[in-house]
Design a protein around this ligand. Sequence first.
Ligand SMILES: C[S@@+](CC[C@H](N)C(=O)[O-])C[C@H]1O[C@@H](n2cnc3c(N)ncnc32)[C@H](O)[C@@H]1O
Length: 206
Amino acid sequence: MAHRLYDMFMFETSQETWEATLALLHPSPGQKLLDGGTGTGRLAIAIADQVGDEGKVYGVDVSPAMLRQARRQITRTPIADRIELRLGDVRSLPFANGSLDGAAVSLVLELLSPEGTSAALSELRRVVRPGGRIVLAALAEELPYGRTLSFYLVLRGIFRLAALGRPLALRKLATQAGLLARISMRRDLLRLPIDILLCEVPKTAD
Ligand SMILES: C[S@@+](CC[C@H](N)C(=O)[O-])C[C@H]1O[C@@H](n2cnc3c(N)ncnc32)[C@H](O)[C@@H]1O
């Protein structure tokens, strides 16, 4: 029940973030793409819509309950065959080196510890082929903090709500992980700033 409510809530609030993520990922027919921390699968469905019958979207999440809700949503679509859900962790991805054409990770990295975020970025770099796109969407470290972000951080501190996530300097973290940071967009989610960053996995000559 909680996951259905979460799904409805996220569906209302996350549309703009997902649309920007999808636009930067720019899926092509036949591609194999990852949606890391897929949650209830809404973004995975939007990606699958663009990869055609030859393409595949892998939705990976650590939560069996989230994956169950994702499966409910996916089976309602006519493109369910294009999506494979896997129980797994973005810090240790169940894919071979360079086996994917690209990846999106939306509203997940900020939930991990600093070490976890770095591990996830290294894993994304490992599993996506050279030249492939990786799109990261996360709570932005906006300096100086605006009123809503400051309020959020105070609340997070008082109630120790680490599960709500910490703001990230996404471009810096991606660059530290050896990714080439390209275009970024800014969107609002519940009046909190979300950065959406397009990165590329370097080719050997980059
Ligand atoms: C805020 S939701 C975002 C879901 C979806 N990506 C979206 O944009 O709506 C965060 C999701 O990340 C998942 N998650 C958290 N830590 C994870 C990890 N280490 N590996 C994979 N998934 C993780 C949670 O189970 C949850 O489904």
